[in-house]
Design a protein around this ligand. Structure first.
Ligand code: 3H9
Length: 693
C-alpha cells in the first residue's frame, strides 16, 4: 500500500490498482481529496502491473459531493474537472465502488468511471438543487445520457437519493455487490473487464438516450407545467432543466459550457447562499453548547400520548413510523375510537398513493394502542407527551398524575404551544424530567420540533429528546420558555402588524399577495381562513368589537363555511370579498382613522422587520441559542421561503443598518411597538451581521 497523500492510498492487488479515499465525515471533494484522486489516478495509470483501476471509499459513505465549506473561497489544488478528465481518459477501465451515498460531485466523479458497482444499501443522487445549485461537474450532461431527460429532470429537480436497485434498473449502476463485500466485488468486476478486453465506453459519448429525446420540447414544457407550483420562486430547478435541455440539444462540450455558465450564476446568487446556509444551520441546531457528548441518554422503547385528537394522533404516528410502540390515552371511548380510526385512515391514504404497503399499514397501526387509563398504561412508558387542551389547570392536573404514575427516569413532556412549562413542572416532584416537545400540525408531516428547555430540565432529558427527534425524522431546535416560544412569538409580531395595516387602509388580500410573492405559501389572512376564523372565538362573548367578531357572527368562519376574509367558490378558490371590505371600512370610519394607500414595500417591511426585531429580543433573552436556530424554526415550521434563508438571514441580506433605520422611522411615526431591540442597535454599532449571533 502506498500513501498518495493524507487521505488517499493506492494498493496494487495483482492486476488491479485500488485507490482508497478516507476523508471523514463524508469524503467530500476538498482540495486534499481532489489532490489525492488526481495523484492516485496518475500513479495507477502509470503502474505497469495494473490493468484496471477501482475507486473505493472508507468510512460511512462514498463521496457525498463537493466540499460545501470551500464554496466561495479561492480554489486550491487540482480542479475537479482535471480529476474527472484523468479518470475518463484512463486507458485502463475504471470502476467506482459505491456504498453509503454517491451524491452531487461524488456521483459526478463516479460518472467519469467507466463502470459503477454498488451495494444494495447505497444511494445515488444529484441533490445540488437543495443547495440552490445545479451539478457543476458534468452531471447535468452525463446523467441524461444514462437515464434520459425525463428521469434526469425528476432526479435533479427533487434531489432525491435513488436506491442502488433502482439505479441498476436504469443503468446508473452496472452491478450490485453483496453487502459488506464491495471491495472484493469491485476488484472481481474489474478483472472481468480486463478479461473481456472490450473497448472502453465513456458516458459522455453515449448519445442514444438524449438522441431519443431530441425534437420533443413537450417533455420539458410538460414537466415545467406539472411542477410550476412546487418550483415557484426557486431559480435552481429551472436552471437544472435548462442544462438538461442543453444535454439533449447540444454536443457534449457545448452542453458543458451551458452548465458552467448557469452554475456560476447560481453559485454567486443569494438563493444558493441562503440554501447553503440552511444546510449548515440545520446541522448546527443539533449541537447544544454546554451539554457533554457523553451525557447518558434515556432509552425510549415505549411512548405514551395523552389526547387522541389531531395533534395527539399525529404525534403518535411519528413514533410508530420509527418502530416505537405508543399507547394513546383518552378520557372517553368515543374520541379514542375516532382518533385511532383517523390514524388508520391517514396510513391508508398514504398506502393508496403508494407510500406504504398494506402490511406496513397493519404493522404501524398495531404499534399504536388506545387506553382509557393512564394508571394502567403509563407505568412502563419511557416518555409521555401530553397533547390536550391549552389550559394551565388541566395540564397541571395531568402532570401531577403523571408524577404519581410514571416510573422514575421517564420523560414527562408537554406539547403546549406557549404555556409556561416551569409552572407545569412545578406540580411534579421531578421537574428535571419535564420538557416541552412542541410539534407542529399536522404533527406526522411537519418537520419542525421545538424542544423547550425549562428551568430544571436535565441535560439527559434534553439530549435524549434531541436524539429522538432525529430518530423520528424531525428537525429539532432547542428553545427556552417564553410566551409562544420562538416560532409563535415571532409570528405574533407579524400578525399584529398585519392587523394594524388593515386598519390603515391595506386590504387583507393586498397583504397576503405581498407575503405570497415574497415566497410564503400563503399570507396571514388566507391562513386564518384555512385554519378557521373561529379558533379561540367564543360566540357568547362576541360583541362585534373586532373585524373577526363581525365576520364570525356573519357565519364567515373561513374556508369551511365558504367565506371568511375572502369569498370562496365551490372549489375553495379565494376571491376578495366586498362584504369584508365594507366591514373593514366601517371599522376604519368608526376609529376616525384616515385610510391611505400603502405601498407593497411598506407592507413587506412592516410585516418582516418586526419579526427580525422580535428574533433579536429572543436572542437577548437567551431563548434561542443562535440566530440560525430562529431561521431553522421559521423555515421548517412556518413556510419561510427556503431561498430566503430565514428572517435573520434575510435581515443580513437587507442589511442590519437598514432594518434599524426602518424600525426607527416606524417608531417615530407609529409608536414604541417598533422600538428597536437593544441587540439590533448593538449589531449595527459594532458593524456585525445577525448571522454572527
Ligand atoms: C456539489 O457537489 C456541487 C458539484 O456538483 C459541483 C462541483 C464543481 N461538504 O448530514 P450529516 C458534513 S454540492 C461539507 O449530519 P448524515 C455535515 O455538515 C454538494 N461537509 O450526516 C456534517 O458535519 P458536522 C452535493 C459536509 O449521515 C457531517 O458532514 N452534495 C458535506 O445524516 C455529517 O453530515 C450534497 O448536497 C459536504 N458536501 O447524512 C450532500 N456533506 O458533523 C450533502 C455533509 O460537523 N450531504 N457534510 O455537523 C448530505 O446530504 C448528508 O450529509 C449525507 C449524510 C446524506 C451525505
Amino acid at each position: 500500500m502506498t500513501a498518495i497523500n493524507s487521505v488517499t492510498d493506492l494498493t496494487i492487488e495483482g492486476d488491479v490498482a485500488v485507490i482508497t479515499l478516507n476523508s471523514p465525515p463524508v469524503n467530500a471533494l476538498s482540495a486534499n481529496v481532489r489532490e489525492g484522486l488526481f495523484e492516485g489516478f496518475k500513479a495507477a495509470i502509470a503502474e505497469p502491473a495494473a490493468k484496471a483501476i477501482v475507486l473505493i471509499c472508507e468510512g460511512r459513505t462514498f463521496i457525498a459531493g463537493a466540499d460545501i465549506t470551500e464554496f466561495g473561497g479561492a480554489s486550491k489544488g487540482p480542479g475537479l474537472n482535471e480529476v474527472q478528465d484523468m479518470m475518463e481518459g484512463s486507458p485502463k477501465p475504471v470502476v467506482a465502488a459505491i456504498h453509503g451515498t454517491a451524491l452531487g460531485g461524488g456521483l459526478e466523479v463516479a460518472l467519469c468511471a467507466h463502470y459503477r458497482v454498488a451495494v444494495p444499501s447505497a444511494k445515488c443522487g444529484l441533490p445540488e438543487v437543495n443547495l440552490g445549485l445545479l451539478p457543476g461537474a458534468g452531471g447535468t450532461q452525463r446523467l441524461p445520457r444514462i437515464v434520459g431527460a425525463q428521469r434526469a429532470m425528476e432526479m435533479m429537480t427533487s434531489g432525491q437519493h435513488v436506491p442502488a436497485k433502482e439505479c441498476l434498473a436504469m443503468g446508473l449502476v452496472d452491478e450490485l455487490a453483496e453487502e459488506g463485500k464491495l471491495r472484493d466485488a469491485a476488484i472481481a468486476y474489474a478483472r472481468k473487464l480486463v478479461a473481456e478486453n472490450k473497448p472502453l465506453v465513456k458516458v459522455r459519448d453515449n448519445d442514444t438516450k438524449v438522441a431519443a429525446d431530441r425534437g420533443k420540447p413537450e417533455i420539458f414544457a410538460d414537466f415545467r407545467k406539472a411542477n410550476a407550483r412546487k418550483f415557484r420562486g426557486f431559480l435552481a430547478p429551472e436552471y437544472n432543466i435548462r442544462c438538461i435541455e442543453a444535454a439533449v440539444n447540444l454536443p457534449f462540450d457545448e452542453g458543458m459550457a451551458v452548465e458552467r455558465k448557469l452554475f456560476m450564476e447560481l453559485m454567486t446568487g443569494s438563493q444558493s447562499a441562503a440554501q447553503r446556509y440552511s444546510f449548515f444551520a440545520e446541522r448546527t441546531a443539533a449541537k447544544i453548547p454546554g451539554i457533554a457528548d457523553d451525557v447518558p441518554l434515556i432509552p425510549v422503547k415505549k411512548v405514551g400520548v395523552i389526547g387522541a385528537g389531531t395533534m395527539g394522533g399525529g404525534i403518535a404516528m411519528n413514533f410508530a413510523n420509527a418502530g416505537i410502540p405508543v399507547v394513546i390515552v383518552e378520557q372517553k371511548q368515543e374520541p379514542l375510537d375516532r382518533g385511532l380510526a383517523t390514524i388508520r385512515k391517514n396510513y391508508e391514504r398514504t398506502a393508496s398513493r403508494g407510500g406504504l404497503t398494506a402490511a406496513q399499514v397493519e404493522e404501524r397501526c398495531a404499534l399504536i394502542t388506545g387506553s382509557l387509563s393512564m394508571e394502567d398504561s403509563f407505568k412502563d412508558v419511557d416518555l409521555v407527551i401530553e397533547a390536550v387542551f391549552e389550559r394551565m389547570d388541566i395540564k397541571k392536573d395531568i402532570f401531577a398524575k403523571l408524577d404519581a404514575i410514571c416510573k422514575p427516569g421517564a420523560i414527562l413532556a408537554t406539547n403546549t404551544s406557549g404555556l409556561n412549562i416551569d409552572e407545569i413542572a412545578s406540580v411534579t416532584k421531578r421537574p428535571e424530567a419535564v420538557i416541552g416537545l412542541h410539534f407542529f400540525s399536522p404533527a406526522n408531516v411537519m418537520k419542525l420540533l421545538e424542544i423547550v428547555r425549562a428551568d430544571h430540565t436535565s441535560d439527559s432529558v434534553i439530549a435524549t429528546s434531541m436524539k429522538l427527534a432525529k430518530q423520528i425524522g424531525k428537525i429539532a431546535v432547542l428553545v427556552g420558555v417564553c410566551p409562544g416560544f420562538v416560532g409563535n412569538r415571532i409570528l405574533g409580531a407579524r400578525q399584529r402588524e398585519a392587523q394594524k395595516l388593515v386598519m390603515e387602509g391595506a386590504m387583507p388580500w393586498d397583504i397576503d399577495r405581498v407575503l405570497y410573492d415574497f415566497g410564503f405559501p400563503m399570507g396571514p389572512f388566507a391562513m386564518s381562513d384555512l385554519a378557521g376564523l373561529d379558533i379561540g372565538w367564543v360566540k357568547e362573548k362576541s360583541n362585534g368589537e373586532s373585524i373577526r367578531d363581525v365576520l364570525c357572527e356573519a357565519d364567515r368562519r373561513g374556508q369551511k363555511t365558504g367565506a371568511g376574509y375572502y369569498d370562496y367558490d365551490e372549489n375553495r378558490n379565494a376571491k376578495p370579498s366586498a362584504f369584508t371590505e365594507k366591514v373593514i371600512n366601517d371599522f376604519i370610519v368608526k376609529s376616525g382613522a384616515n385610510p391611505r394607500k400603502i405601498s407593497d414595500e411598506e407592507i413587506l417591511e412592516r410585516c418582516i422587520f418586526p419579526m427580525i426585531n422580535e428574533g433579536l429580543k429572543i436572542l437577548e433573552e437567551g431563548k434561542a441559542i443562535r440566530a440560525s436556530d430562529i431561521d431553522v424554526v421559521w423555515q421548517n415550521g412556518y413556510g419561510w421561503p427556503v431561498y430566503r434563508g430565514g428572517p435573520m438571514f434575510y435581515g443580513d441580506l437587507v442589511g442590519p443598518e437598514k432594518v434599524l433605520a426602518k424600525m426607527k422611522e416606524f417608531q417615530a411615526t407609529m409608536g414604541d411597538q417598533f422600538k428597536p431591540a437593544a441587540l439590533l442597535e448593538k449589531v449595527v454599532a459594532e458593524g456585525k451581521k445577525f448571522g454572527q449571533l
